[in-house]
Design a binder for this molecule. Sequence first.
Ligand code: CDT
Length: 310
Amino acid sequence: MAGRVLTVGGAQMGPVARSDGRARTVGRMVDLMRRAHARGCDLVVFPELALTAFFPRWFIEDPDELDGFYEFSMPGAETRPLFDTARELGVGFHLGYAEADGERRFNTAILVDKAGGIVAKYRKIHLPGHAGHEPERAFQHLEKRYFEVGDLGFPVWETMGGKIGMLICNDRRWPEAFRVLGLQGVELVLIGYNTPTFNGQTFEPPHLRVHHNLLSMQAGAYQNGAWVCGVAKAGLEDGVRMMGSSAIVTPNGEVAAQAVTLDDELIVADCDLDAGAAIKAGVFDFAAHRRPEHYGLIVETAGAVPPRGT
Ligand code: CDT
C-alpha cells in the first residue's frame, strides 16, 4: 500500500465489573494486544477509563473506595504488563485511565510507543454530567465531581511516524476540540469512550445515541482530513447498558471498520496517514479559507448569546 501506513487496532472492551480486579482486566487487554499483533497492528487503542468500571455512575462517599478507581503511578505494578507486552511485541497502545496526580484527579489518556515508553498524555477537557448527587437520575454521571478539567490543552504529537492527537469521549461531540487538533495538522485522532445506551434523564432512542456517536466522529474526521479511531467500553456493566459501535473513520468520513458486538472485539484498519492530504490542501485548506476574524464569538463566550443580526 502506498503512503505512510499505520495499522491501527481499535480494542473495544466488554464490561468491566466493579468487582473485577486490575489483573483480570489487564489480562484481557494483553490478550487484545496479542490478537492485534497477529493482525499486523502497529498501535492498539483502548477505551476511556479502561481499567475499571465506569465509576462516575456511582455517588461514592468513602474516599478510600473512590481512590481504588485511580492510578497513582503509570505504569504501576498492575499496569506494567501492558508496557512489557508493548515492548515484547513492538506494538504501541493508547490507554484511558483515572489519573491521581498528588491531590489532583484527571480523566486521562496516554500514548505508549512500540518501545513501551509514554510519548504523549492528554487530560479530558469536556467533562459531562454533574458534580452533586442527583438521586432522581436512573444513574449518576459524576465526572464533574471526580475529575478536574484537563490542563494540557489539545496537543498533537509527532510520533509513531505521524501526527497524532487524543480526545476523550465527550470531547468528540465538540467541533472546537477537533479543530484545535486539525489546526496542528493532525493525521490520526485517538478516542476512548464510555457512553450509556440510554439517556439517564430523558428518553432518547438507542439508535440515535449510536447515530450521534458516529456522526460526531465522521464529521470530525472529514472536516480536519484526519483518521479517527473511536473505541468503546461496551455492554451491560453493573446494570447499565453501554454503547459499542467502536469505529475507525477515514479522513473522508467513511467508516473503514466498525465493531459488531458489545464485547472484547478488535477492529483493524490500515490507516494511510497521507490519505487526508488532499482534503487538507483542498476544501479544508485552512490558511486559504478559514476566516478567524469572524469566529470571535467561539472563544468569547461559552453559552449562547442573543442574536446579533439587525
Ligand atoms: N464518558 C463520557 O463522556 N460520556 C458521555 C455521556 C454523555 S451522554 C450524551 C458522552 O459524551 O458519551
